[in-house]
Design a protein around this ligand. Structure first.
Ligand code: 5AD
Ligand code: FES
Length: 364
């Protein structure tokens, strides 16, 4: 078997290599992070692109066992931002040179919702002179809906597979049509077919999840030829069914360390994709996002949701910055990013290079 240092010199990592790298200890992992930093700088550079995150509603048709805003959680007070609040947040991003926004929310697919999003997309494009890039993260939809939204101006979509192992997926979701693994996968294929830049990802350190599962999750992203990734540590929420497995979980510290290794291995496997430094990292470590930006990630999603509703969008507990306005966060972000040598790619969409590279190859 190759030593981990030999593995780090390989062009292609096989499943055993990935498992070896994910099993490194803190001292050994320093070499992994160094390698991934080298690759990051070579292929995507030191720029980090902002996407202003707008959590438009916590009303959700789904009931995932891990999620704090699942429909059965009666303790959550449900909200829906008005169009004006959403457009104001977009305007804020535009004025602050963000380049892009992400519109995220609980999953809905009724006609009123679908039409409302189409309309919002047109308004966002109008208010920004067509300049703001838009990513949607609104769950599974039909091919028609994806096409409609694309025509209305969106060009990127995030849909986490959450866990790529079918059996484990089943343990994390109710056993019914609304939570079908196949339909989620199908949605990802629809997105690709429609020409979106497609993002996916999963949680790290879920109950029952093994290092082998995590290696397979990374391989899933590679096989799917994904353009963007959002992944982060699982953080238990006391008002969810999975909370009862709390005692079996890796410690928060271990989940964070495993997440760091996952980011690094992913960057080595998929050199030119966009990788987002996600909020869940920040929940465990205030510098969590910046630390992965140093060696792997190149996208950051500052939360620009109006502060009045932010505490109601708790997918997990202790979500950071839930009581601050957007401005507070911007200043501290800027200085923290400087600490990890990242330059902010202002006024740029910062699209996935991989998307263009894969389309180039497909055309030839
Ligand atoms: N811990 C971490 N991430 C979570 N998400 C949902 N619940 C949790 C949790 N308890 C993630 C899911 C979802 C994204 C919006 O938030 O991966 O896709
Ligand atoms: Fe599925 Fe929130 S209910 S992620």
């Amino acid at each position: 078997m190759d030593s981990y240092l030999q593995i780090l010199e390989k062009d292609f990592l096989n499943r055993n290599d990935i498992i070896t790298l994910l099993s490194l200890n803190k001292e050994q992992a320093k070499n992994l992070f160094k390698k991934s930093e080298e690759i990051k700088l070579k292929y995507v550079g030191n720029k980090v692109y902002y996407r202003g995150l707008i959590e438009m509603s916590n009303i959700c048709r789904k009931d995932c066992y891990y999620c704090g805003i699942r429909r059965s959680n009666k303790k959550v007070s449900r909200y829906e931002l008005e169009d004006k609040q959403i457009l104001d947040a977009c305007e804020y991003c535009y004025k602050n040179d963000f380049g892009s926004i992400v519109l995220q929310g609980g999953e809905r697919n009724d006609k009123i919702f679908v039409d409302r999003i189409s309309n919002l997309l047109k308004e966002i494009k109008k208010l920004s002179n067509n300049e703001l890039g838009v990513t949607l993260s609104l769950g599974e939809q039909t091919l028609e809906t994806f096409k409609k939204w694309k025509e209305a101006g969106v060009h990127r979509y995030l849909l986490r597979i959450e866990e790529s192992n079918r059996d484990l997926y089943k343990k994390l979701h109710p056993d019914n049509q609304i939570h079908s693994f196949d339909e989620r996968l199908e949605s990802l294929y629809y997105l690709k077919e429609t020409g979106y830049q497609v993002g996916s990802g999963f949680m790290i350190g879920l109950p029952f999840q093994t290092v082998e599962n995590l290696a397979d999750d990374l391989i899933f992203l590679q096989n799917f030829d994904i353009d963007m990734v959002g992944m982060g540590p699982y953080i238990e929420h006391k008002d969810t069914p999975l909370y009862k497995y709390k005692a079996q979980l890796w410690s928060l510290e271990e989940r964070l360390f495993m997440s760091f290794k996952m980011y690094a291995v992913l960057r080595i496997m998929m050199k030119d994709i966009n990788i987002a430094a996600t909020t869940a990292l920040q929940t465990i470590d205030p510098m969590g996002r910046e630390r992965v930006i140093r060696f792997a990630a190149n996208v950051l999603m500052p939360n620009v949701t109006p502060a009045v509703v932010r505490k109601n969008y708790q997918l997990y507990e202790n979500k950071p910055c839930t009581d601050e306005g957007a401005d507070d966060c911007l200043d501290c972000l800027k200085s923290r990013l400087k600490l990890v040598n990242a330059e902010i790619g202002l006024n740029e969409w910062g699209d996935s290079k991989h998307y263009y590279n894969r389309n180039k190859t497909e055309d030839n």
